[in-house]
Write a protein that binds this ligand. Structure first.
Ligand SMILES: [Cu+2]
Length: 334
């Protein structure tokens, strides 16, 4: 499309300027030319109206076709809903192979730490590495539905030519078809708060077989993770489970050492963590605190919330030996 338009424009440019400069130089006054009065040059006027009109129509037709195809999200092989959240992306595979897979994709913790250090060493994909990339098969039409949980974000992957706002309460869509396997990166493209620069997008394009294998693995992992919320856990198991939940979701603000920073309260030694009454901590997690400065974590499962609180209750200088059971979270959610 680009080259087609480019060639037409270049040809017109050369012809028009060629004729113009030729006429100016050839018929200049200094060699004795006099201007000519044309009587009713109707054929000239018709000509320079109709010819450009035909050219414009000839360019508009294919351009419109491409534009319509660009917006056509029907017949997708795979539909993935992406949800923008401060400051991460949620991916739900809602139609096609892998239906039901659902995960959250956050900036890799090591990159966050490098950024916080103020002096990051040269690093591949700096601030683009995520814990869970979106995985899609090569050569398939992928429809991406965008929406958001809190403020407006935008899902952008320049290599695919897609950029679509993700708006709370609205659903928008776009599509892409990756032609080569590989890793493609993008970032949130709508200023969405102080960590706007920390919500990268990583799309991993793999072969059809690798994709099927990935789907298999995810399904198994999900089955294993689909914890029975009525299960009763021991402190040790729950702490172990909570450690990764904490690293993925809480360490960015509260720090790995639980000390927090500035307005981010420390969890190490916090009354709410030492308290034998678990409901306060559960409610902070479910509803957030301080107008969302501490975000709500409803999107985590009951077991994950119970696990992360148990982890905080038994880490650093916190030695409560208390265990929060998923059932307590279930009760508090109501
Ligand atoms: Cu954003």
């Amino acid at each position: 499309m680009h080259w087609f338009m480019m060639v037409i424009c270049a040809v017109i440019f050369v012809v028009v300027f060629g004729v113009m400069f030729y006429s100016i130089v050839k018929h200049r006054k200094s060699v004795g030319h006099k201007s000519q009065e044309l009587a009713e040059p109707i054929w000239v006027e018709l000509g320079w109206t109709i010819v450009p009109l035909l050219i414009v129509i000839g360019m508009a037709l294919p351009a419109t076709k491409v534009l319509v195809a660009q917006k056509d999200t029907t017949n997708a092989d795979l539909t993935i809903k992406t949800t923008g959240m401060q400051w991460k992306w949620g991916y739900d595979y809602i139609k096609g192979e892998g239906e039901g897979i659902s995960f959250i994709s956050t900036l890799d913790n090591a990159h966050r730490a490098m950024s916080d250090s103020g002096n990051p060493p040269p690093t591949d994909n700096y601030l683009l590495k995520v814990d869970n990339p979106m995985v899609v098969p090569v050569g398939k039409k992928i429809r991406v539905i965008t929406t958001a949980n809190d403020v407006i974000h935008a899902w952008m992957v320049p290599a695919f030519g897609v950029k679509q706002d993700a708006i709370p309460g609205f659903v928008r869509d776009t599509w892409f078809k990756a032609e080569k396997v590989g890793d493609y990166y993008g970032q949130c493209a709508e200023l969405c708060g102080k960590e706007h620069a920390y919500m990268p997008i990583h799309v991993k394009v793999v072969s059809a077989e690798e994709y099927s294998a990935w789907v298999d693995g995810q399904k198994k992992a999900m089955a294993a993770l689909a914890d029975d919320p009525s299960k009763t856990w021991t402190v040790a198991d729950m702490v172990k489970r909570g450690e990764s939940v904490y690293a993925a979701n809480c360490a960015a603000c509260h720090q790995a050492n639980g000390k927090g920073a500035g307005p981010i309260k420390a969890l190490d030694g916090a009354a709410v963590m030492l308290d034998a009454d678990h409901t306060k901590a559960i409610n902070v997690l479910l509803n957030g605190q301080a107008n969302g400065a501490m975000p709500a974590w409803r999107q985590l499962s009951d077991t994950e919330i119970a696990a992360v609180i148990t982890y905080a209750k038994n880490s650093w200088s916190n030695k409560t030996d208390q265990v929060v059971q998923p059932a307590e979270v279930v009760a508090a959610r109501k």
